[in-house]
Design a protein around this ligand. Structure first.
Ligand SMILES: N[C@@H](CCC(=O)N[C@@H](CS)C(=O)NCC(=O)O)C(=O)O
Length: 237
């Protein structure tokens, strides 16, 4: 039996449309895990989200638990060498990116008509034409409601962009003139940063987030460095 990472293949000029799939892919590579990649079928797993891994028959869902599973199994630590303070900073940065900036980006992709129809609309192609528009309306309405409950949907567009710019600038400040966030070695938090920042920065979508990434001199080179090292296989495919 083997190890398989289930995710979503390249889309939107990215190695994956999901920042969590890209992060998990990078972290498995950093841990030296030999694995295959396959398309996720989210209806087949309890949490109904990708990424998930099947490791010799065992199912592990959620990128954080995937990392934890392999770190424990291999006796490895993707934060090795960091002080307790740096570990705390890494965790906080990851949470900011995935639990806030990611959702601002999701609103840009899913709730802005022009972005939705050239992007996520592709996920609905397997639905019969007569039911497709209804399905899109229903999913987008649910997302609007979820974002309102979360609070982000209560902010104006300008306010959301102000928050996003602060998050992106924070990563840029943390990175400084280093190759990666803590040093010249790629660590766990760099995978989270790549996942969310490359998703925000893809010019495939029309959103100010692209410009926020572009405006910082160090972010595009960081994204290029990671893409080259970890996703050549996806680019070549
Ligand atoms: N906390 C999860 C988040 C995973 C997640 O939100 N995945 C999204 C793609 S970005 C997904 O599978 N969505 C499919 C769906 O909701 O149907 C992780 O870190 O793995």
């Amino acid at each position: 039996m083997s190890t398989t990472l289930f995710g979503f293949p390249p889309m939107f000029d990215l190695p994956s449309p999901s920042p969590f799939v890209m992060k998990a892919d990078m972290q498995l590579q950093m841990l030296g895990v030999t694995f295959d990649r396959a398309r996720a079928e989210v209806e087949t797993v309890p949490k109904r989200k990708a990424p998930y891994v099947r490791d010799h028959g065992r199912l592990i869902e959620d990128s954080t638990f995937i990392r934890k599973h392999f770190e424990k199994k291999l006796g490895a630590d993707l934060d090795a060498g960091l002080s307790q303070e740096q570990r705390a900073f890494a965790w906080a940065l990851e949470r900011m990116l995935e639990d806030r900036l990611h959702f601002i980006n999701m609103m840009e992709r899913w709730l802005v008509d022009a972005n939705f129809y050239k992007g996520p609309y592709a996920f609905f192609q397997s639905i019969p034409a007569e039911a497709r528009e209804g399905a899109c309306v229903s999913v987008r309405d649910s997302m609007r409601t979820a974002m309102r409950r979360l609070g982000l949907g209560r902010h104006s567009f300008e306010e959301r962009m102000e928050l996003a710019a602060r998050d992106i600038n924070a990563v840029s400040a943390a990175l400084g003139d280093k190759d990666y966030i803590f040093c010249d070695t790629c660590m766990a938090v760099d995978a989270a940063a790549f996942g969310v920042l490359s998703s925000c920065g893809t010019p495939f979508f029309d959103t100010p987030l692209v410009d926020f990434v572009e405006r910082r001199d160090n972010l595009r080179p960081f994204l290029g460095r990671v893409q080259e090292r970890f996703f050549n296989h996806a680019l070549a495919a």
